[in-house]
Design a protein around this ligand. Structure first.
Ligand code: AMP
Ligand code: MG
Length: 436
């Protein structure tokens, strides 16, 4: 028997991060940046207004109060995107919109709320944007509060200066990071790509959801759950419909899928039953699937089947197949076993290929509210639970049965009962793998 840790280590020990590629910004979401990105041009690139209001000279509004407002001549409009700017002279103001460049001569912006909104010229109160600089000219504005030097003016480079480091290599690109890259004008970046995970379920009893069940048939849930889990881990996931329990069909399907896979995951067919074809198809590989001799550095070219000291998920297969040495993880068929195995072994594999800093789920300590009467000796048990962060407790949901998909759907954590522990009193401290 292999321990959970030994099996995981043997998988991760054979994987290294995928080669970086250049991706368009939105395709790089969730990926790890492999270049230091510096700022080519200061942000903001020019002085601009942070308010809708009037661009003024400081001296002109210095004495302005509600009782004695400064009356300024409005010489034009400056909208965001304006390229021709009026020059603001003494006693003058230009109506200005948020994000519009500060016109020459002006030293500050008075917000429209500090004025009477202007009279004459353009629309007095609506502040509709004009792109023609002479629009809104004529008329006056009464300013009743003094503007300080540079008030409501965003300085050039006040966000980031040119030449500064925008994002360091190793950063995971979330929405704000993608926003920053776009803001500094980067259309594409060099990242480690998302691994492509192909999910193949096996079983002649399996029917696609949405289709009627015949006698003895069940709906294929594994390929859906694991495709979703692969996406959740950051992969590009391809779901392959269930394959019948027939060695040649399975072998052909896997050979076909190798072209688009960085990892192949199968479910079912790894126990000791008469129709457990995954084992048969994958432990006797050759030809296009590769064999033991041509693996680099003597790495195995076939899938090795192991019995793990864990529950659920005892039977597991792992190997690297084909000329490209694509990692293949053969998971057990019971839905809970398949999902738990994915979380424990496939997810870290996906995260390793992505070059992610953290490849594991968070593990926290919590008090297990539910007593565990019997846990198998010598096997690490993963019970499904609901973890409550506020109280630091976890409650088991459903039993130990590895067919209990409904209970799994209500769980948000795995409760770990160590190999040496055979029962737990209510309130015992346990390790909890947090799933969300
Ligand atoms: P196996 O490991 O193939 O013997 O499957 C073990 C159990 O899991 C059997 O009850 C199967 O019917 C069930 N099972 C296998 N694959 C799936 C699947 N893709 N979706 C739902 N149940 C499955
Ligand atoms: Mg089966």
């Amino acid at each position: 028997m292999w321990s959970v840790t030994e099996h995981l280590d043997s998988i991760l020990g054979q994987l290294s991060p995928l080669e970086p590629i250049e991706l368009q910004l939105l395709d790089a979401q969730g990926c790890v940046l492999v270049e230091d990105v510096t700022v080519p041009v200061a942000l903001p690139p020019f002085e601009n207004s942070s308010m809708d209001g009037y661009a003024v000279r400081v001296a002109d509004t210095k004495a302005a109060t509600l009782e004695h407002p400064a009356v300024l001549e409005v010489i034009g409009d400056v909208a965001a995107g304006s390229d021709v700017l009026p020059t603001v002279g003494p006693g003058q103001a230009a109506r200005i919109m948020t994000g519009a460049p500060l016109p020459p001569g002006a030293e500050a912006v008075v917000p429209v709320e500090w004025t009477d909104g202007g009279t004459g010229g353009g629309p007095a109160t609506t502040m509709a944007a004009h792109s023609v600089d002479s629009a809104g000219a004529g008329g006056e504005v009464r300013v009743h509060q003094a503007a300080k030097e540079r008030q409501f003016v965003r300085a050039r480079g006040s966000d980031v200066a040119a030449g500064e480091l925008a994002l360091a290599a190793g950063t995971v690109l979330g929405a704000p990071q993608i926003g920053l890259l776009a803001a500094i004008g980067r259309g594409s970046v060099t990242v480690r790509p998302r691994p492509r995970v192909v999910v193949v379920s096996t079983g002649s009893e399996l029917v696609q959801p949405g289709e009627e069940l015949g006698p003895g048939q069940i709906h294929d849930s594994n390929s859906f759950a694991l495709t979703a889990a692969a996406r959740d881990a950051g992969a590009i996931a391809y779901r392959v419909g269930a394959v019948i329990d027939e060695v040649e069909t399975l072998r052909a399907t896997i050979e076909d899928q190798m072209i688009r896979a960085d990892i192949i995951v199968t479910t079912g067919g790894v126990s000791v039953g008469a129709y457990d074809v995954v084992k048969e198809a994958l432990s006797s590989l050759g030809g296009a699937m590769g064999d033991a001799e041509d693996g680099p550095g003597g790495s195995p070219g076939r899938v090795e089947f192991r019995r793990l000291a864990m529950q659920p998920g005892k039977p597991q297969g792992f190997g690297r197949i084909g000329p490209e040495r694509i990692p293949l993880l053969a998971l057990p068929g019971n839905p809970v076993s398949a999902y738990v195995s994915f979380e424990l072994f496939v997810r870290p594999a996906v995260r390793t290929l992505m070059g992610a800093g953290s490849v594991h789920r968070d593990v926290v300590r919590a008090a297990c509210v539910t007593p565990v009467e019997k846990s198998p000796e010598g096997r690490r048990q993963f019970l499904r639970g609901r973890y409550d962060q506020a109280s630091g407790t976890v409650t088991a949901v459903g039993g130990a049965g590895s067919h209990l998909v409904a209970a799994l759907a209500h769980a948000n954590a795995l409760i770990v009962v160590p190999e040496a522990v055979t029962s737990l009193e209510a309130g015992s401290e346990v390790d909890v793998v947090v799933l969300d």
